[in-house]
Write a protein that binds this ligand. Structure first.
Ligand code: ZN
Length: 50
């Protein structure tokens, strides 16, 4: 399973098996909203809420 790092807290997040670029998840550690912006390598970008 691929692992990526939370840009907010550096927690190592295991990627869900069916995640795709553009999907948004919550960091399981800090709760930040993260959008997958690349899948190879997997990179998350924090989503800032208005
Ligand atoms: Zn986090």
């Amino acid at each position: 399973m691929a692992i990526s790092e939370c840009p907010e807290c550096t927690y190592h997040i295991p990627l869900p098996p069916n995640i795709a670029v553009g999907d948004i998840i919550n960091c399981p550690d800090c709760g930040a909203l993260l959008k997958l912006v690349s899948d190879f390598p997997p990179v998350f970008e924090a989503v800032k809420e208005e």
